[in-house]
Ligand binder design. Structure first.
Ligand code: SAM
Length: 252
């Protein structure tokens, strides 16, 4: 039976014999992970899980999408939102569904109190677009999307700075005028509109502005990663692959 005393003994041997560090960490992951959720298990510090602001924002977002268990991904997007709130520029999400990620960012940074920023929420609000899906988009059919337009628009109708745009990306992108973007979240599970959104918004992203590619490292989403990598290379930047599966891009 694996337990802490075996772990302690193994710890003493770490570094002395080849492979002991990996074995020790593997056993720690089995016995005492600090996080095991959403395809990610670790023994690293995750104090953010106890942070009051994080908890409040996460639980408020759960009202829109009950049962979501993607806390580290949310932590990353909240950080990105916080970072963007210190820059000049608006917030954009392409691929909103029930607004779980976007509302957790809004709650985390008290977006209601930031009068000079807008948060644009682009989605068909009824799922992916058949003729945009290529055979390489292996994960594109994985989820069924119900119509969430009423849910999302009624959730934000008391804040005129949150703009819900129903339509197909990329056609819908030019229907509103957005001058500068500090935060862009891309999560459409499909390479074609994701690349189009990157191309459309890149010139508008301010220096230091942040892009989160939600599906970047997930299996079945390799086509989205491929187009994001090609795009970044052309722009002379690099996507940071995060252990959460997300990709992070900062305009420098
Ligand atoms: C994975 S969900 C987004 C999840 C969301 N970010 C959240 O916080 O839960 C993908 C969304 O992308 C939208 N979508 C896919 N292709 C689209 C397109 N071409 N234009 C607009 N929305 C699209 C779908 O309707 C769906 O709501």
């Amino acid at each position: 039976m694996l337990n802490y005393s075996i772990l302690q003994r193994l710890r003493i041997g770490v570094g002395k014999l080849p492979g002991t560090r990996s074995l020790y960490n593997f056993l720690r992951l089995l016995i005492a992970p600090t996080y095991r959720e959403d395809g990610l298990a670790t023994v690293h510090n995750c104090d953010f899980l106890k942070d009051k602001r994080f908890l409040k924002a996460y639980h408020t977002a759960l009202h829109l999408h009950p049962g979501m268990d993607i806390r580290w991904r949310v932590h990353v997007t909240q950080w990105a939102g916080w970072h963007a709130s210190r820059l000049d520029g608006d917030f954009v999400e392409c691929g909103v569904n029930r607004a779980f990620l976007s509302s957790s960012v809004m709650n985390f940074i008290d977006f209601d109190e930031i009068a000079d920023r807008k948060f644009y929420l682009f989605d068909t609000y009824c799922g992916l677009v058949e003729n945009q899906i290529s055979p390489a988009d292996k994960a594109a059919y994985r989820n069924y999307y119900e119509d969430t337009y009423q849910l999302v628009s009624s959730s934000f109708n008391n804040n005129s700075n949150i703009i819900v745009i129903r339509g197909v990306v990329p056609d819908s992108l030019a229907t509103v005028y957005i001058e500068k973007v500090a935060y862009l979240s891309i999560d459409m599970n499909c390479a074609l509109p994701e690349l189009a959104a990157l191309e459309f918004f890149w010139p508008k992203i301010v220096i230091g502005g942040v892009i989160i590619l939600d599906d970047y490292g997930f299996s079945g989403h390799e086509e989205q990663k491929r187009v994001a990598d090609c795009f970044s290379e052309k722009q002379g930047v690099k996507v940071l692959s995060l252990p959460t599966g997300q990709g992070l891009l900062i305009k420098s």
